[in-house]
Design a protein around this ligand. Structure first.
Ligand code: DP6
Length: 419
């Protein structure tokens, strides 16, 4: 029947996030329930995001998904859990113009097409699963007219990937570990929106890596099984840090924010070292960046830049304001210049208007950089070409949004197949 050929779809955009108090360790592997609370900053989706189009049609014969243009299997339990949870909450949907009429009970039998795209290279080792699962759940909730609020949706995204639950909000977000066995109270809540502390500038150094890293999922499983430091961290250390970090964010207290972020990142990597066999996520370049920031902060007397590293060698650096970020970028480019003949606009991406402010938009501008005055000793000389693949300049950003512009959809409105 012609009337049954309709395709009904929604496109949404969801940000990624970086934890400043880390999630590392699960108490329930299936429901993805953590051993401690965590806190993150949402990154501006203009620079790092996932866009997902979800479509439903009586013409689809099975659920299908395409990630960055390639069809992938939806048979894994994480996808299945998210799809089952969201389907069971679907409501009535009607679009008279298109002849669409879906009742609550229909969601169990209607098939879905899902196309998802990251605006940053997956190979960069940036948390793409966080934005990906958050976007899947958020876009399906819109398509299916689900009434749940973002915190309730976060409990579904959590079952795709733990850190995904924090991408349902902009600004500063806490994932409460919860105490119930069914995980219904293990949800994300917003601590403050992205405008609350908009002086912050975030520079990510995408560090080149030769080795294949242990995935977060298996890494944290091994830490839970073998690290006594993890037990101590979850019980004694993180609960106090969470209270202090919430206070630091509320008061825009950059000194405390930096102290807490840096020590928490370092403790997470110490837990990885305390795991048997040990897991090394940071490399020499990561360590060199830490030294650079530590020296600078000490010489200034008060912290200027916070650092944090996830399950890989990339450095996420948070500068207290734009002026500091400009100086930071100059220092970073002095120590980690691009390979010869690299265009600066492809070496510093995201908000690359910072290049002009740093006087780095002209020819030979990197060669003319002076060593940062406070770093006199042998932190490394200006010969680290190629150690950093590129930098991304960004800031705290907003939460998920629907993209109403049909031209941004990743699926064809007639066929429901990738464009
Ligand atoms: C180091 O959320 O990727 O980035 O729940 O197994 O999918 P799964 O793990 P994932 O772990 C993220 C770990 C981290 C710290 C953090 O984001 O809090």
């Amino acid at each position: 029947m012609a009337a049954e050929r309709w395709v009904y779809m929604v496109t949404a955009q969801t940000p990624t996030n970086i934890a400043v108090i880390k999630y590392w360790g699960k108490r329930d592997e299936v429901r993805i329930l953590p051993v401690n609370d965590s806190i993150s900053v949402t990154l501006d989706p203009d620079h790092l995001c996932t866009v997902t189009t979800v479509a439903v049609s009586p013409a689809f014969d099975r659920d299908r998904m395409w990630l960055n243009g390639k069809e992938i299997s939806l048979s894994g339990s994480r996808y299945q859990n998210c799809l089952r949870e969201i389907r069971s909450r679907g409501g009535d949907v009607e679009d008279k113009e298109k002849g669409v009429k879906i009742e609550k009970k229909d969601w169990e039998r209607l098939n879905l097409h899902i196309a998802s795209h990251n605006n940053f290279p997956t190979a960069a080792g940036l948390a793409s699963s966080a934005a990906g699962f958050a976007c899947l759940v958020f876009s399906l909730a819109k398509l299916m007219n689900v009434e749940e609020d973002p915190s309730q949706l976060s409990a579904i995204a959590r079952q795709g990937s733990g850190s995904a639950c924090r991408s349902l909000f902009g600004g500063f977000v806490k994932w409460k570990m919860g105490s119930k066995d069914d995980g219904s109270d293990s949800v994300a809540v917003q601590l403050a929106d992205e405008k609350h502390w908009d002086d912050l500038v975030i520079i990510i150094a995408v560090v080149s890596s030769r080795q294949k890293e242990t995935s977060s999922t298996s890494g944290m499983r091994e830490s839970v099984e073998t690290s006594l430091l993890l037990q101590h961290r979850a019980k004694e250390v993180v609960p106090k840090r969470i209270v202090q970090m919430e206070e630091a964010i509320k008061n825009r207290d950059f000194a405390s924010f930096t102290q807490l972020s840096c020590t928490d990142s370092n403790q997470f990597h110490a837990v990885c070292l305390d795991t048997s066999p040990p897991i090394f996520y940071m490399n020499d370049t990561s360590h060199r960046i830490i030294s650079l920031v530590e020296k600078w902060n000490r010489s200034e007397g008060t912290p200027q830049v916070a650092y944090t590293f996830d399950a890989g060698p990339n450095a996420v650096l948070i500068a207290r304001n734009r002026k500091v970020a400009v100086q930071l970028l100059q220092g970073l480019l002095y120590y980690f210049p691009p390979k010869s003949d690299t265009d600066m606009k492809s070496y510093v991406v995201g908000d690359n208007s910072i290049l002009k402010e740093a006087g780095l938009d002209g020819e030979n501008s990197v060669e003319n950089l002076q060593p940062p005055p406070e770093i006199k000793d042998n932190i490394g000389t200006q010969d680290q070409k190629g150690e950093v693949s590129y930098f991304i300049c960004t800031r705290p950003g907003r939460g998920p949004v629907v993209l109403p512009d049909q031209t941004q959809a990743l699926l064809d409105p007639e066929t429901g197949l990738p464009k």
